[in-house]
Every structure is written in structure tokens, then in C-alpha cells.
Design a protein around this ligand. Structure first.
Ligand SMILES: Cc1cc2nc3c(=O)[nH]c(=O)nc-3n(C[C@H](O)[C@H](O)[C@H](O)COP(=O)(O)OP(=O)(O)OC[C@H]3O[C@@H](n4cnc5c(N)ncnc54)[C@H](O)[C@@H]3O)c2cc1C
Length: 395
């Protein structure tokens, strides 16, 4: 690990370091520079100091006292006027992990007028919901949200912090892990907690060819992001348990550099991650117009359609309709794949679906390893037959 050291005997208090720091991490106090939590140890101040009074030191890693860091903290995301369902899924996983080591699961919530969401979270088994409620937090600003989360983490000292791998979570989590000089594993597909409270963070690596197990052994907290639809949300309990802890806005929010000028809401649209029924087209489709077969079948089943990555690369479809490691994770009740081979980068993000039906001409296609119903045949023959039977059934 590296750290920045300021040599008092050499420093003349000129303030060049403070004005050159790209992260606003140096405060001038009584004419002397002082580092704050925003320091990324980038070394810009070391090069800028005219007196060579700042050094970048490599330090030996010392293990943190793990017993001082307890409990699991879930970042409860409120965006677009709703509590993102991934937050409940993370609470569900947190409760499962917490059992083994006698931890509690807590949540942190930020925004403006978020009291109803805090109340709702108490129905899912969390022991505490820390709330930062202020007009300054009405819209996501990474630095403001990070300042609040940092404030609570310093206060509560959680061992594990779980964040949804949403656009917002992906912006927040790395900022936080850098502030605490600790590890973050993105897009975990499985989580386990050892007796010594080390979190085993499991995720596909090297293009999905191996499942890596990543452990943060010497530092706390341990940050992990998890995609929507990977974990199970707990059932809502009738009784609300636990406490709501209102927290004061930390001063750092006032000095945040980003401000919200205007907001353009994304038009409401269904995400394939929310679909209950999905029909997926792969490279077995011969031309762009043939996607109509997939769309028609999806419509007949009252579902949505999606594709594999090669179809996005051809420009036939868009990334928000792509299933896979570089697309979306889905977990519908029914998924029908048509002309999809079943590469690991695809199956890793749909294999938890309730019912998987695969249509492929190749009996050895790997998609059949995850399918519950395997149809070996030509999609150009099978889809019209399915459509015919659906129409007859409806009639
Ligand atoms: C880092 C990385 C990330 C990736 N991320 C993703 C991702 O997010 N999503 C993704 O999808 N891929 C991803 N890929 C690509 C992935 O490895 C595969 O190349 C891709 O999933 C294959 O798509 P496919 O099944 O449509 O095509 P193919 O592998 O070409 O399979 C086509 C299948 O169609 C069958 N077929 C052909 N004609 C017919 C017919 N008439 N009727 C029925 N079946 C027929 C064939 O037998 C074949 O099995 C990623 C790759 C890497 C390296």
C-alpha cells in the first residue's frame, strides 16, 4: 500500500499542493496542508510541491483488526422514484451470510423525502436503516452520495458493504472502496462468508472461462457489487422491525464539485431484466428481418424479446436487449432460446431462469446443458409450429 506524507520541516505553506490536487484532498489549515479522505495517492502533489516536502511512501500492509468491523451494510438505492429491487435481493443475501457469523444486516438510504422507503425496508429483516434525507441528495451526485456513505461507514464500521451493480452503484462503489483503501469486487455472482468474516467474492473472469474467488484479507470493509436478478429477495414480513437512524448531512456534501443543472427522465420502458417471459434470438438467425419470428413469438406469449451479443454487434439489436456478461442478467419464468449456442458468457446470465427451452439444430450445443426442454431442430420450422399451436390454443 502507498501513502502520502507531508514533511513539516520542509513545508513552507505555499498551498501549491492544495490547488494542484485533482481530488480536492488537501485542505489548508492554519497555513499547513492536511490530507482528507479524498486522497487517491495519485502523487500529483508530490510532483507539484516546489520544496520537495511531500513524499509518496510504500508501506507494508498491516492486517486490520477484523473484530472491530461487524455487520453487513446494504446500499438501498432509490432512483427514478422507486426503491430498486436489487436492494431487497442484497438484503436477502446479506441475511443468509449474516447467520453464520452472527452479524446484523443494516441498510443505508440517501435521497430527498425517502422516509417511506426507509419504513418499507424494515419489513425485510434489516436491524437498522441509516437515512440521509436532504434536498442536496434529491439526485444522484457521486461525490455527495460517497460523502454520506463514507460518513456512515466510519460510524458503523461494517465488515461487508453490498451495492447493486446498477449504473448508480457502479459509480458509487469504486469511489468508496478507494476512500477506505480497500478491495471491491464488481459483478459478483456468488458470495460466501468465512468464519473469520472474510467475504469470498465469486465472479466469472477471463471472459467467463473461470470462476474467480476473490478475498480481501487485510482490509475492511469489503465492498462487492452484485447485479440485479442474481440473488433472491426475502419475503416481505408483516411486521416492521428494526430502527430508522436519521443522519446529519456531512459537511463534505457542501463542498461537492458537481451540481445538478437539469434532469431529463429516461422515458419509462420495460427492461428485459424485468420480463417474465423472454424469447431470445441468436446467430442461428440468417438475416435481420428474421428477428420478426422472435418478436412475434414473444408477443404471442405476452413476453419480451432479447438477443445474444453477435446480433448486437451486427447492429440488428441494441445492448439493452443483450443477455450476457457484457449485457443484462435475466431470470424470467420462461425463456426460449432460438439459434443460440450457449456460450458461458451468455448462459451465466440466464441459467437461473425457472424454465429454459432451447431450440438448436446441433444436438451437442452447450445450451442443452442448461436447458430444461431441448428441441433439436431448425428454428425456421419450429417457431411457426409453435405459433400455430399457440393460435389454436387461444382460439
Ligand atoms: C469478454 C466476453 C464477453 C461476452 N459477452 C457476451 C454477452 O454478454 N452475451 C453474449 O451473448 N455473448 C457474449 N460473448 C460472446 C460469446 O462468447 C458467444 O460468442 C456468443 O454468445 C455466441 O452467440 P450465439 O449463440 O448467438 O452464436 P453462435 O455461437 O454462433 O451460435 C449459433 C447457434 O445457432 C445454431 N443454429 C444455426 N442455425 C440454426 C437454425 N436454423 N435453427 C436452430 N439453431 C441454429 C447453431 O447450431 C449454433 O449453436 C462474450 C464474449 C467475450 C469474450
Amino acid at each position: 500500500m502507498a501513502k502520502i506524507a507531508i514533511l513539516d520541516r520542509k513545508c513552507i505553506g505555499c498551498g501549491v499542493c492544495a490547488s494542484s490536487c485533482p481530488f480536492g484532498a488537501i485542505d489548508m489549515k492554519e497555513g499547513r496542508p492536511e490530507l482528507n479522505a479524498g486522497c487517491r495517492v495519485c502523487g500529483v502533489c508530490v510532483r507539484a510541491c516546489p520544496e520537495q516536502a511531500i513524499l509518496r511512501l510504500e508501506t507494508r500492509t498491516e492486517s486490520v483488526d477484523k473484530s472491530q468491523w461487524r455487520d453487513i451494510l446494504v446500499f438501498a438505492e432509490v432512483s427514478g422514484g422507486r426503491l430498486h429491487p436489487v436492494s431487497l435481493e442484497l438484503i436477502g443475501k446479506g441475511l443468509e451470510l449474516a447467520k453464520n457469523v452472527n452479524f446484523q444486516v443494516k441498510a443505508i438510504l440517501m435521497g430527498h423525502q425517502v422516509a417511506p422507503y426507509a419504513q418499507e425496508l424494515l419489513h425485510y429483516g434489516v436491524s437498522q436503516v441509516a437515512v440521509y434525507d436532504d434536498p442536496e441528495l434529491a439526485y444522484f451526485r457521486a461525490d455527495a452520495y460517497a460523502a454520506c456513505a463514507e460518513d456512515y461507514i466510519k460510524f458503523a464500521k461494517p465488515s461487508v458493504v453490498l451495492v447493486g451493480a446498477t449504473a448508480l452503484g457502479r459509480s458509487l462503489a469504486p469511489r468508496l472502496s478507494t476512500r477506505f483503501h480497500t478491495g471491491l469486487t464488481a459483478d459478483c455472482t456468488r458470495l460466501e462468508l468465512r468464519e473469520n468474516t472474510d467475504l469470498v467474492q465469486i465472479r466469472p473472469a477471463f471472459g467467463g472461462n473461470i470462476m474467480a474467488q476473490i478475498v480481501t484479507t487485510n482490509t475492511r470493509p469489503q465492498f462487492a457489487t452484485v447485479r440485479y436478478k442474481i440473488m433472491n429477495a426475502p419475503a416481505r414480513r408483516e411486521a416492521a422491525e428494526g430502527e430508522i437512524l436519521p443522519r446529519k448531512l456531512p459537511k463534505a456534501v457542501q463542498t461537492c464539485r458537481a451540481s445538478c443543472v437539469s434532469v431529463t427522465p429516461v422515458p419509462p420502458g420495460e427492461s428485459i431484466s424485468d420480463a417474465e417471459v423472454l424469447v431470445v434470438g441468436g446467430r442461428g438467425l440468417q438475416k435481420e428481418g428474421d428477428l420478426k419470428l422472435i418478436q412475434d413469438l414473444a408477443q404471442a406469449l405476452g413476453g419480451d424479446w432479447a438477443t445474444t451479443r453477435p446480433l448486437v454487434e451486427k447492429g440488428w439489436s441494441t445492448n439493452d436487449r443483450q443477455i450476457g456478461l457484457s449485457g443484462r442478467t435475466v431470470r424470467p419464468r420462461l425463456i426460449i432460446t432460438c439459434g443460440v449456442s450457449g456460450a458461458i458468457q451468455f448462459t451465466a446470465c440466464m441459467n437461473a431462469s425457472d424454465h429454459i427451452v432451447a431450440i438448436n439444430t446441433d444436438p451437442a450445443a452447450p445450451i442443452f446443458d442448461v436447458a430444461h426442454v431441448a428441441i433439436v431442430g431448425d428454428l425456421y420450422e419450429i417457431i411457426p409450429q409453435l405459433m400455430k399451436q399457440l393460435k389454436e390454443g387461444q382460439a
